[in-house]
Write a protein that binds this ligand. Structure first.
Ligand code: AMP
Ligand code: TRP
Length: 333
């Protein structure tokens, strides 16, 4: 039987190679497997858990949608929409927030990371962010959720909330506990400047990431400046974890060329970094430049992007609002 897939990406700008390898590339593969029903959401309600400029947010919603489309997500095959179009997400989130326990949310490491030292100043929305994510997933009876490694804990929370709701309202199997789909290999792409830090939209250095909107020259320049070390490329993976930058670049190469890390190590053992970087640049340009060109083309036709979102929103609403109605009945409303 096919899978019911749901995933979301925040429209907070600078979609990068980490998002592509860790998430969007999988979205496309899953969409193209027979029998799957896929819903891909631009999670704008999640974006406002930190302060956003309204004009920039609007632009980022369109840019993230354009990145989905340019990467190969097809609105004829998948539902593509932005979360704020479908009120059921907010409503479902409130209900599930009454099921989730403080103790469960207190364990969420992403909140701790994002809130930083001064938790008192973080928005309440940032704290309950995983509950909204749970609503996103459960409202579509999703069976599988493709995400990067960093979202695994949120998926476990979604499973706990689903189980407690079913138990509390004596409705076994009503909310479906979703499975995370996390790529086994290359699930965490690291910064080009520091192999111990994740490649991230919010890194102040643009040289730390390859954006999906970067042109060829920018890609060439960023890979040229990417951090390496003074040793030659390795013959095996024994000490690779002690060389995070090298491991990361070999990982990016392997993922984009659809080969194992072992094969990449064999391909480059004994070679110097300039030879490796030349090949790496080639594959990144081959895979990312067409996406970047297509994103820029799509962004010239805002009406088309908005129509895709609106049509997707209608289809999503039919599914999600029905589920919320059933939840309300079970609760006693
Ligand atoms: P975000 O940019 O935080 O909205 O993330 C969107 C998706 O990309 C999520 O599934 C993340 O797990 C994934 N992701 C974000 N950054 C990376 C990264 N550096 N490596 C791999 N996956 C990532
Ligand atoms: N929290 C996810 C992230 O930061 C984005 C997200 C929101 C999501 N809702 C989701 C991912 C539902 C998967 C399913 O990457």
């Amino acid at each position: 039987m096919g899978k019911k897939i749901f995933s979301g990406v925040q429209p907070t700008g600078n979609l990068h190679l980490g998002n592509y390898i860790g998430a969007i590339k999988n979205f496309v593969d899953l969409q193209n497997q027979k029998g799957n029903e896929c819903v891909y959401c631009v999670v704008d309600l999640h974006a406002i858990t930190t302060k956003q400029d309204p004009k920039i947010l609007k632009n980022n919603i369109r840019e993230t949608t354009a990145a989905f489309l340019a990467s190969g997500i097809d609105p004829k095959k998948s539902i593509i929409f932005n979360q704020s179009l479908v009120a059921a997400h907010s409503e479902g989130s409130w209900i599930l927030g009454c099921i989730a326990r403080m103790g469960w949310l207190n364990r969420m490491t992403q909140f701790k990371e994002k809130a930083g030292k001064d938790k008192e100043k973080a928005s309440v929305g940032l704290y309950i962010y995983p509950v909204l994510m749970t609503a996103d997933i459960l409202l579509y009876d999703s069976t599988h959720v493709p995400v990067g490694e960093d979202q695994k804990q949120h998926l476990e929370l979604a499973r706990d909330i689903a189980q407690k709701f079913n138990l509390d309202f004596d409705s076994p199997d009503f909310l479906r506990a979703p499975e995370p789909l996390i790529q086994k290999n290359f699930s965490r792409i690291m910064s080009l400047k520091d192999g111990t830090n994740k490649m991230s939209k919010s890194d102040p250095s643009d040289l730390s990431r390859i954006n999906l909107t970067d042109n060829k020259d920018q890609i060439v320049n960023k890979i040229k400046k990417a951090k390496t070390d003074n040793d030659p490329l390795p013959d095996d993976n024994k000490n690779l974890s002690k060389r995070p930058e090298v491991e990361n670049l070999l990982g990016i190469y392997s993922s984009l060329s659809d080969q194992s890390l072992k094969n990449s190590i064999n391909e480059f053992s004994g070679k110097n970094f300039s030879q490796f970087k030349e090949k790496l640049t080639e594959i990144v340009v081959e895979k990312i430049s067409p996406i970047s060109i297509e994103i820029n083309k799509l962004l010239k036709d805002i009406d088309y992007i908005d129509t895709v979102l609106k049509e997707g929103g209608k289809r999503a609403d039919l599914i999600a609002s029905k589920k919320v109605l059933e939840m309300k009945k079970l609760i006693g409303f």
